[in-house]
Design a protein around this ligand. Sequence first.
Ligand SMILES: NC(=O)c1ccc[n+]([C@@H]2O[C@H](COP(=O)([O-])OP(=O)(O)OC[C@H]3O[C@@H](n4cnc5c(N)ncnc54)[C@H](O)[C@@H]3O)[C@@H](O)[C@H]2O)c1
Length: 451
Amino acid sequence: MLNDAKQALASGAVEAKKHNISIVGLGKLGACMVAAYASKGHKVIGIDIDQSAVDAINNGQSPVQETDLQKYISENRERISAESTYSRAINESEITFIIVPTPSTETGSFSVDYVKSACTEIGKVLKQKTGFHLVVVTSTVLPGDCENKIIPVLEESSGKKCGVDFGFCYNPEFIAIGSVIHDLLNPDLFLFGEFDKKSGDILEEFYSVSSNNGARSVRMSIPSAELAKISLNHFMTLKITFANMLAEVAQAIPGVNVDDVTEALGGDTRIGKKYLRGGLGYGGPCFPRDNRAFAAMAGLRGISVPFAQITDTYNKSIIDRMVKILAEKTGPEDTIGIVGLSYKPGTGLCEESQGLIVAKKLAELGRKVTVFEPSGHYHAKTLLGDAVSYCENLDALLDKADLVFLTNWDRNNLEIKDKVAGRKITIVDPWRQFPNGSFSAPAIYLPLGRN
Ligand SMILES: NC(=O)c1ccc[n+]([C@@H]2O[C@H](COP(=O)([O-])OP(=O)(O)OC[C@H]3O[C@@H](n4cnc5c(N)ncnc54)[C@H](O)[C@@H]3O)[C@@H](O)[C@H]2O)c1
């Protein structure tokens, strides 16, 4: 049925159905979903308990910093609105996506309290609403959470039955901060777990007109989708860690360049090149916590998953190794300059960023540390305070520093080559961004992982 519908759409024989949808949570992911799906012609009502996010959307402003978000909001304003309460949004939409935080707990699991609270409010409106409504959880949750903790809240507060009076899907997104809108509109696939076939059909129909690349839907049970989401990020951390381990080993063997080794490995299609580049460890709001959650989730079932634990331990050990290298290459009076505090280029977010933790640890050792994050210090300052000094730009940092540590693989770093010509300065680069011979004495270049 759906394939016929897709063919008819592709041939232009029928006009794509536009939906009325609501999105609960206007944060880093939710605000982008609002703008991306409005750009595909859907009418979107956002809901957030934070009045400032609601006001921003209603004033045509982006509530969070993200590439292209402001442009997409501005271009699609007539189809976008927001509310701080649920009634109009649920009544005037057919599908509600929930994308609120699921913070890590002390045991490494995820709390679904925000999701449950959103479901309580959605259920209250569904109680009065006639007609079928599909609820879709997009927040990252762990296997069993939807069926054991979330659907029961919807059923209780609505007094209705899931699969009969309303539908339910678990539909995680695979996006990266910095390219959220692009990733939403050009996914490799749409993955979702469906409570029943009708729920899955509605979501598949929505997605059949919601991407730029005609991505296919991959449908499965809800717990399978929950496990798939958390496994994907766990696998990414494994692959990154493998490349980082190769870089450490390569560093110890004369004549080895880790990039040649990963190029050869990644050229084998069974392995693939993406995320296979030795450098600093992973950080950010997803990889570290999803990896730990995988271990916690398995542990609760009495299963030991050593890869998740080893990956986490090895990832943290990279920080100590870098601190040791930087401390050994400098004297106590030298200033260590850290370029890049965010967990990846193009965002100022520093959650679990290795560059930021290295800066913090060096400062705790009493070393003089000066920093420059090209995307701004707004987040870094909340985590580092006055333990370090902040530079307005790269030139200011290079003026102060005796050693420079390049934490991110960032094309902006390439300017450094000309700026340090003729200066006595050491550049430590775990990403090997410059070819051999790029620097000459008195500057010293240390590309970690390449001898
Ligand atoms: N940020 C990422 O890279 C990423 C990637 C994949 C998955 N996720 C998952 O997406 C979810 C959301 O992440 P985020 O980064 O967008 O979070 P965020 O903190 O940026 O935004 C969440 C928003 O939800 C709002 N909110 C909280 N409770 C609410 C409620 N009951 N009703 C209405 N609004 C409510 C908050 O006010 C906030 O604006 C998490 O589960 C996260 O794990 C995030």
